[in-house]
Design a protein around this ligand. Structure first.
Ligand code: SAH
Ligand code: SF4
Ligand code: F3S
Length: 462
């Protein structure tokens, strides 16, 4: 444990002394807006707050502390945040001790912090992506000085290990293998709010995995903006994603390993082989393509062509049986022509993706694309977006039919009470609903797929 971590434990102890004197156990609520990495950060925040003597609630109104963990990848994420803080005004006015905090990617943008300062004075704490580990210290200041604590760092501090963490699910969790991104895709804000790539030490990653597995976790997802460049910032060529995966699968009792996100430019043949040879590695690859047009890909700074992408997909499909490939698409990127858009439609049909996350281009201040002439008209974007959805539904629907009557192994994740069904997931990431009295959340089960509903299946226990 290093000095920073020790310091934070001291603050946790100090807050515990304060909260133990409250008449009732104080409640905390964490609201997550972002991606898996943000969700993982929220688990760290919750771990710290529980250690400080709080208990969790999902009711923002009654919570003594509410923390919004924000995302800024697209404009609508920002709008959602402002709506939610606005709704809390009354309860913040009524309860002067209530602490409303905001952290995460959006807080790395100065203009947003200024806006909050001006329009939402009842927000008491603000911190960014680089100091989420200092929550106890920040909260202690807020509790003891009654003043606002706004602390956003411009650069990352060292990678912090060994602080408390509380998993949202008992049976699965994400594991950060690296932070930040070096790719600077021209539309994307992430490198500006998460900094450059920093890989965690192998040993720390493996220890964390073993810790969670000991506590019942069966499936992990290795997380990074571009997991394929894991280790590039270390001075040791043996430290890379393929070697990491080989070590991770050796953790006994761990049943499934997923990872995300893979950048097509760095997806190696060695990686395909490791996936193919290890039963524990799920046969699902999220491989964002963003666009099917070479001109747009070039302008986006993605560093691959549609031909290279197709070639990679062929290699993956030829080597890994029943692999599912999913992707992200942006429509309406600056200067996207009808021809470019048709190239995107064409590649979706050619690849036959198992699922596609579709986004309308959103202009992010500070990125290269935001400065470009030729921003596409809203009505054109909406029209293309709708046409894209139709094609996606068609492709995904017909692709999924091939699984009908197959027997698959699933991990039960949830219960859908209304339908009285279990919700489960296959290794290649399809959702399967089925009825059962035998299985519970966290169990593996064998299920026969009966019907396809496009994005999910219904099945029967076998
Ligand atoms: N690191 C991952 C993606 C992180 S962001 C990768 O490279 O694939 C998740 C997705 O959000 C991206 O794949 C992209 O499709 C979308 N996205 C990012 N910036 C966007 C923007 N400005 N407008 C619309 N969609 C965007
Ligand atoms: Fe954004 Fe590109 Fe980095 Fe993904 S790889 S986080 S899209 S800059
Ligand atoms: Fe994730 Fe959104 Fe930040 S996608 S990295 S939470 S900007």
């Amino acid at each position: 444990m290093n000095n920073f971590t020790e310091e934070q434990y001291k603050y946790i102890e100090k807050i515990k002394t304060i909260t133990s004197e409250y008449q009732t156990i104080p409640k905390c609520c964490i609201v997550t807006f972002g991606c898996q990495m943000n969700a993982k950060d929220s688990e760290k925040l919750l771990g710290i707050l529980l250690s400080c003597g709080y208990e969790e609630t999902d009711d923002e109104e009654i919570a003594d502390i509410v923390i919004f963990n924000t995302c800024t990848v697209r404009e609508n994420a920002n709008q959602r945040l402002y709506g939610r803080i606005g709704q809390l005004k009354n309860s913040a006015m009524k309860n002067k001790n209530k602490i409303i905090g905001i952290c995460g990617c959006m807080m790395q943008e100065e203009d947003e912090v200024l806006n909050i300062k001006k329009k939402y004075p009842y927000v008491k704490i603000i911190f960014g992506t680089y100091n989420i580990h200092a929550l106890a210290e920040i909260l202690y200041k807020a509790l003891t000085t009654k003043e606002k604590v706004y602390e956003v760092l411009k650069e990352p501090i060292a990678i912090v290990e060994d602080l408390p963490i509380e998993n949202k699910f008992k049976f699965k969790c994400g594991i950060n293998i690296m932070y930040g991104c070096n790719n600077f895709c021209s539309y994307c804000i992430v490198p500006y709010v998460r900094g450059r790539e920093r890989s965690r030490n192998e040993e720390d990653i493996l220890n964390e995995i073993k810790f969670h597995v000991k506590n019942g976790v069966k499936e992990i997802m290795l997380l990074g903006q571009n997991v394929n460049s894991y280790g590039n910032d270390k001075n040791d060529e043996n430290i890379n994603f393929v070697n990491l995966l080989k070590k991770v699968v050796k953790v006994e009792e761990l049943k499934r390993v997923r990872f995300m996100t893979s950048h097509p430019k760095d997806f190696s043949y060695e990686l395909i082989e490791v996936i193919k040879e290890n039963d524990k590695i799920c046969k699902h690859i999220h491989l964002p393509i963003q666009s099917g047009s070479n001109d747009i890909l070039k302008s986006m700074n993605r560093k691959y062509t549609r031909e290279e992408y197709l070639e990679l997909v062929e290699k993956i499909k030829n080597n890994i049986e029943d692999v599912s490939i999913t992707t992200d698409i942006i429509v309406g990127y600056p200067n996207e022509t009808e021809r470019d858009f048709e190239d995107t439609i064409d590649i979706i049909k050619k690849v036959e993706f198992d699922s596609v996350f579709t986004f309308k281009y959103s202009k992010r201040t500070g990125t290269k694309a935001a400065e470009m002439a030729g921003q596409v008209d809203d009505s054109v974007v909406t029209d293309r977006f709708n046409r894209l959805l139709e094609v996606v539904n068609e492709v995904v629907g017909s692709k999924s039919k091939k699984y009908i009557n197959k027997i698959v192994e699933v991990l039960v994740e949830d219960i859908e009470r209304e339908k009285d069904m279990l919700v489960s997931r296959t290794g290649n990431n399809y959702l399967v609903y089925f009825k059962s009295n035998k299985y519970k959340i966290g169990d593996f089960a064998k299920v026969k797929i009966v019907k396809s509903h496009g994005f999910y299946f219904t099945g029967e226990e076998v």
